[in-house]
Design a binder for this molecule. Structure first.
Ligand SMILES: [Zn+2]
Length: 302
């Protein structure tokens, strides 16, 4: 999976895995890509609940618990909704069930004790809560930068690019040299300074031309790409930030276009293309969402 994400599985491709699969599986609000860890998700999905319908998996429970515990476990409520057909054919995992069920005493109450699922506020077992539990509890410590970044209305491929930019996993020349790949020292856009992320997107004359065209972008006081972006995040509107991220994406395209095809894209073209691309994507997305909400058949004229 990790190889596929980084393009290492294509024919004759020699892609680099810039981040581990563990890092990609970290929730988005904590700097990862939020990919599912298959093993943990499989445990959460199938360890206890029958995959065909929402009831306890008797076969597995019978093999793990004595009769008394079985009665208690089966008293835990399950959601009513049916599981999707796509998961019915997934084989049972051979790992042990998550140890998250405990006896909970109800002091000074006439109600009898009962088993509940501790990872859910209502005590109901859900795959989502079990998966989160297996992944570790990230919920209380969300990173504001990432939480905000993933909420922007941006095309998925620009979001993926932005994640690479912020997690220092774009294959800039300084990063390629850390993997012993022989590349030129200088930035291919200006031929004056070393190419690294902060130079390419903030200090390079082409980038500064773009920010001057976009207007109101401060690039004088930051010391790193993340520092610059965090300043932008706190001082600009969401629309301005989306435009800036799109221009960053197009600067990266312009850099690749120069290296691989020797074409030079001017700042005015980069800004116009990026903003127009974002506008067209937003228009199509909005129209699609609206038409899905209110779509109804109209009889054609006879
Ligand atoms: Zn440069």
């Amino acid at each position: 999976m990790n190889s596929f994400w980084w393009g290492c599985e294509r024919e004759r491709a020699r892609g680099i895995r810039w981040k581990s699969w563990e890092r990609l599986c970290v929730p988005k609000q904590h700097g990862g890509m939020g990919f599912r860890k298959i093993r943990e998700f499989n445990i959460a999905l199938l360890a206890l609940i029958n995959p065909i319908e929402p009831r306890w998996n008797d076969t597995l429970l019978n093999s793990l618990f004595n009769h008394e515990d079985l009665i208690s476990i089966k008293s835990i409520p399950l959601p009513d909704s049916k599981m999707p057909d796509s998961i019915k054919s997934i084989p049972l995992p051979d790992s042990k069930m998550p140890d998250k069920m405990i006896w909970m005493a109800l002091p000074d109450s006439k109600m009898p004790d009962k088993m509940i699922w501790m990872e859910d506020m209502k005590g109901v077992y859900t795959v989502k809560s079990c998966y989160k539990s297996l992944m570790g509890n990230y919920q209380s410590t969300q990173v504001p930068f990432w939480t905000k970044a993933w909420k922007f209305m941006l095309p998925p491929k620009i979001k993926a690019f932005f994640w690479q930019l912020c997690s220092n996993s774009l294959p800039t020349h300084d990063r390629l040299r850390t993997r012993n790949i022989q590349v030129p020292n200088v930035c291919q856009l200006c031929n004056t300074e070393e190419e690294f992320s902060f130079h390419l997107f903030v200090c390079c004359p082409l980038a500064r031309d773009c920010w001057n065209i976009l207007g109101g972008i401060n690039y004088h006081t930051s010391t790193s790409t993340l520092d610059w972006l965090e300043q932008i995040f706190t001082s600009k509107s969401d629309d301005d930030i989306c435009a800036l991220i799109s221009v960053c994406w197009k600067i990266w395209n312009a850099r690749n276009e120069k290296i691989w095809n020797h074409n030079i894209l001017p700042a005015s073209f980069i800004c116009h293309y990026a903003k127009n691309y974002l506008f067209e994507w937003s228009t199509v997305t909005t129209i699609t969402d609206r038409s899905l909400d209110h779509a109804h058949w109209i009889r054609p004229p006879s």
